[in-house]
Every structure is written in C-alpha cells, then in structure tokens.
Design a binder for this molecule. Structure first.
Ligand SMILES: [Zn+2]
Ligand SMILES: [Zn+2]
Length: 371
C-alpha cells in the first residue's frame, strides 16, 4: 500500500443507520479501512442525500435481497480525494489528491453479461453503495480504482455529489430513447428531483423538451429550458383527460407527430398510464421513476397499439460508468446545475425527516468535514 505523504487517520466519523426500519441516524467513530488490491481509499468531503438512501434506511424496497442491518453506513453520492492506493491500484492512472466520486453502483464485476454490454449498473454481483458496502455518509471510504468516477476540474464537489446519482440516471434514460437532436422528448415530473435535471441535460443533448408537472412548477421548469409546459392539474384523471393531454402534447411536438421519447421522472402510476399516448411512431417510453407499493402494469400497453406504432418500452437503472463520466463532463461545462443546500453531518436525520414530509427544496449535500 502506498500512502505517499498524505496522512490517513486510524479512525474517522461515519453516520450509521442505528435503527433500520425508521428514520434515525447516528454519528459514530469507526476504524478507517486500508485499501485492498485494486482499491483506493477516498477522503470524502461531500455526500448527497437521496430518496434511495431513505428507502434503504426504512426498508421500503421489497426488491432488495435483505433488510438493512443496524450500523450500516448509508449514502451513495460521495465525492472526495484519493488518499491511498491498494496494491496495483496505481495502474488505474488515478493520482493521489485527485477528486473522484462513488455512486449508487459502487463496484461491478466488469465480466458478466450486464457489464460486458455496458450495463454495469445492473451487474448482479455489483455492490450498492450504502447497502452492500459502507457508503458515503462517512469521511473515508474505499472504492475500486478502476470504477470510481473521476470528477473534472471546474465542477465543485457539492454540485458533483448529487449529479452522480440523479444526473447520471436521467442522462442514461435520455440516451435510451435513441432520439436524435431536434426530436421532442417529454419529461413527466419535470419540476422534481430527477425531472429538473432531465430538462437541462435533455436540452444540452439537443432535444426539444416538453415538460409536464403541476402548474406551480411552470416558471421554474421553463427557466431550465423546457420549450412547452403542460399543467397536469388542468386535465381530468380519466381516459378523456389522458386523451386530451396526449393530443395537446402531440400538437406541441416536432411536426405535430408526437414525441420520440418519454423519460418518466415521476413514480406515479397515473403518469405511466398516460405516457404511451405522447409517442410518435417508433417512439420509446423509458421507465425511470419506480412507483411504490404493488406493481401496476403500464396502462395502454396493449399488443395491438404497441405493434401498429412499433413503440418500445425500456427500463433504465441509474447509468453505467461511462454515463457517469459523461454527466460529470457536461456538468463541468455548466450544462446542468442542481439546487442544493449544504448541511453538517448532524443534520442527516432532520434532512430525512423533511424529505419524508416532502418539505425539501432541492438537494441536501452533507459536508463531511463538519460534525
Ligand atoms: Zn441517489
Ligand atoms: Zn458484472
């Protein structure tokens, strides 16, 4: 192990889920690990706080293989600097002091079918940060040198942290529409955590963005670059309302034919039921938001309509390593920004409480240098 001249302490502060199943976190002092073969030790300075962390802490996702263990260090949107290399890790080309990020998929095997097809975020032996591995709500964490995300100069760590998750997720979703520059993309939930990033990144990719959300989000979303906005509250929540919204979206789309893609940035079953109606021939619905509770099939996805219009429905889980690198580069160029407030470690529990009551405006980023 090479540590050069960077001092690494024997212990550091970490925020753990002390009572999994409920909203509760606790700051503890834990032993700082040594990097193993191919690993780097990262002195984390910032971590975003995500709804997925809350779901893991509160055991809200039945699809995870086991309940969360007490003492788990959560977090998966971490940025910091490389402070030590394990054996062989320097071959990655990373340098001591270089900034890197840890995202949701903290490591992947790089050898399975998913990894080899560029879908390493779905690697069955991949490790989810803050669930399978100690996450980013701590001052020091390990990561594979060949899998952490380099953070470009000119992008602040506070800004980079939440973009490692939401930004990467919507960027990968937008790519999966296979749309061309100039095509129309519809973003349901455009004013939300994922949606507001999708509007900016989609615009940066050359798409014309049609945004859908509650009317009070209109100014915000148009300010981010959406060309058209539809207020969902102005449409009845039935077949007739869905048809009227679909007609309006189509009329506003390129050539009035409908959208090349819908990137679903809400977790609403009602929104999924509307989405196929927005598409033009050969269009793609990308499922990104995950509805909670009992799964409901996507409305309108009957074989005849799918076949006649050759529509596609695809899922998109986070994004791969390349998507993460590309998203960071876009952010460094100023194409996408996220609103955030910075809080000390002791504010994590109250952040989750505010999140649970839907009171958060923008993202919270934890400053891991402040207790
Ligand atoms: Zn996240
Ligand atoms: Zn794999």
């Amino acid at each position: 192990m090479a540590t050069a001249d960077i001092q690494v302490p024997s212990h550091h502060k970490a925020i753990v889920y002390d009572k999994p199943g409920e909203i509760s976190t606790k700051i503890e002092t834990i032993e700082t690990p040594k990097p193993g073969v191919g690993e780097v030790l990262i002195n984390l300075t910032h971590s975003g706080v995500c709804h997925s962390d809350q779901a893991v802490m509160c055991n809200r996702w039945a699809w995870l293989p086991a309940p969360t263990q007490a003492g788990q260090v959560g977090g998966h949107e971490g940025v910091g600097t490389v402070v030590a290399f394990g054996d062989g890790a320097e071959a990655s080309g990373l340098k001591l002091g270089q900034r890197v990020g840890i995202k949701w998929m903290a490591s992947a095997c790089l050898n399975c079918l998913a990894c080899m097809s560029g879908r390493d975020a779905c690697c069955p032996s991949g490790k989810i940060s803050g669930f399978y591995t100690p996450g980013t709500f701590q001052q020091y964490a390990l990561g594979p040198a060949n899998y952490v995300t380099p953070i470009p100069d000119g992008l602040s760590s506070e800004m980079a942290a939440p973009l490692l998750c939401g930004g990467v997720t919507v960027y990968a979703g937008l790519k999966k529409t296979l749309a061309q520059p100039g095509d129309t993309i519809v973003i349901p939930g455009a004013g939300g955590g994922l949606g507001h990033l999708a509007v900016q990144i989609g615009k940066g990719m050359g798409y014309r963005i049609i945004a859908i959300d509650n009317g009070d989000k209109e100014d915000f979303v148009r300010g981010l670059g959406a060309e058209e906005f539809f207020d969902i509250t102005k449409y009845s929540k039935d077949k007739e309302g869905n048809k009227k919204l679909a007609d309006d979206v189509k009329a506003a789309s390129s050539e009035g034919l409908g959208a090349a893609g819908v990137v679903m940035c809400t977790a609403s079953n009602a929104a999924y039921a509307q989405a196929l109606g927005f598409l033009k021939f050969g269009g793609t619905l990308v499922c990104v938001g995950i509805p909670e509770g009992e799964p409901v099939p996507i409305g309108g996805a009957d074989p005849a309509s799918m076949l006649v219009q050759e529509l596609r429905i695809v899922g998109s889980a986070v994004g791969n390593r390349k998507d993460a690198i590309e998203t960071m580069k876009m952010a460094a160029r100023g194409i996408v920004k996220t609103q955030f407030t910075v809080e000390p470690m002791s504010k994590l529990t109250s952040t989750f409480e505010a999140m649970d009551k839907m009171q958060l405006k923008g993202r919270v980023v934890i400053d891991l240098s402040k207790e």
